[in-house]
Design a binder for this molecule. Structure first.
Ligand code: F6P
Length: 359
């Protein structure tokens, strides 16, 4: 018999396709092992505000193919960053979480999310919370796992969009700039750009300049190509802006992240100034990348990670994350996974792009 009797599940940060598959797998693995499952609504907010729902087989029936998260999500952060030291200090919300877990007799928390959500899980471990993390973000920038839930589904959206944009770019002799998500790492831009046949890929890993892009477009014109597709990550860093990303607003979220966006339009305006005989047009894929159902790969990944997380909790292995390595699923200390954030796109992919003529 496991020492754990009741598991709490929550989903935090930006959602992604596949979360519901993980919740479903958790419940379906936990029930036969004699564990009860409750879900906290809207990430850590539900734990702070004692807002939870029981999760049984009937609550997770029919959700495998549905995007989003049946539990809702938020960027609630029970810690505050000390501006002087950069360290996170607990707010009164931490005590409220501990109180909720205690009163509701929740023995272990399975936190599904990105580095922010998992970072809170890790910090709570020092307050005695028994937490297991499940990596989820379309950005795929979490350390300790090859893939996070949702990335593959976002890639599928970007690839389909690029296929569609190719035909209209070709017809109108345009340069189409496609802005994709990816705050700190260019996984979506680089792998999506490769899968969709982009001509230029701009990722946060390598700051770029407008003359570099202009040269690539000119090269294509000289080769008789009368259109081009540029994929740019929202976090791409133009040298002209001091290698800093373009932020849509000055606003930051509870974890101190600026709301990025606008680099596509910025680049279009800069390219207009060059006098190249190509009309730039911008497509911002934005939340389309996070919406909709998960690909088969993400459903399988989420199912495996959900099951592994329950088994890890039953084995008493906490302050850990379940990760996907090669073809295997296994545990990683949360501290190690977080130390690897943001996980950059490996050089091999950047070189692969250059080796097949993508600038
Ligand atoms: O989940 C990660 C992410 O998709 C980033 O790529 C993006 O910068 C951010 O979320 C946007 O989040 P929000 O939902 O707060 O606008």
């Amino acid at each position: 018999m496991p020492s754990v009797k009741r598991i709490g599940v929550l989903t935090g940060g930006g959602d992604s396709p596949g979360i519901n598959a993980a919740i479903r797998a958790i419940v379906r693995r936990a029930e036969p092992a004699g564990l009860a499952v409750v879900g906290f609504r809207d990430g850590w907010r539900g734990a702070v505000e004692d807002d939870l729902v029981p999760l049984g087989r009937s609550e997770v029936a029919g959700i495998l193919h549905i995007g989003g998260t049946i539990l809702g999500t938020s960027r609630t952060n029970p810690y505050e960053k000390d501006p002087a030291t950069g360290t996170w200090t607990p707010t009164p919300k931490v005590d409220r979480i501990l109180d909720t877990l205690n009163r509701r007799r929740v023995d272990a928390v399975l936190a599904i999310g990105g580095d922010d959500t998992l970072g809170v899980a890790h910090r709570l471990a020092s307050h005695g919370v028994r937490a297991v993390g499940i990596p989820q973000t379309i950005d795929n920038d979490i350390g300790g796992t090859d893939y996070a839930i949702g990335f593959h589904s976002a890639l599928a959206v970007v690839t389909e969009a690029l296929d569609r944009l190719h035909t209209t770019a070709h017809a109108h002799h345009r340069v189409l700039i496609v802005e994709v998500m990816g705050r700190d790492a260019g996984w979506i831009a680089v792998l999506g750009g490769l899968a969709g046949g982009a001509d230029v890929i701009l990722a946060p890993e390598e700051p770029f300049s407008v003359p570099q892009v202009e040269e690539a477009l000119q090269w294509r014109l000289d080769a008789g190509r009368r259109f081009s597709i540029i994929v740019v990550a929202e976090g791409a860093r133009p040298l002209e802006l001091g290698s800093r990303p373009v932020a849509e607003e000055a606003r930051t979220d509870a974890f101190g992240h600026a709301q990025l966006g606008g680099v596509g339009y910025w680049l279009a305006a800069e390219l207009e100034k060059t006098g190249l005989p190509l009309t730039p047009r911008v497509t911002v894929l934005s939340y389309l990348q996070r919406g909709g159902g998960a690909t088969p790969f993400d459903r399988l990944l989420a199912t495996r990670l959900g099951v592994a997380a329950v088994e890890l909790a039953c084995a008493g292995q906490y302050d850990a994350m379940v990760g996907f390595h090669g073809t295997d699923v296994g545990p990683v200390p949360l501290a190690a996974a977080l130390a690897g954030c943001p996980k950059p796109v490996p050089r091999e992919y950047l070189e692969l792009a250059r080796n097949i003529g993508v600038r």
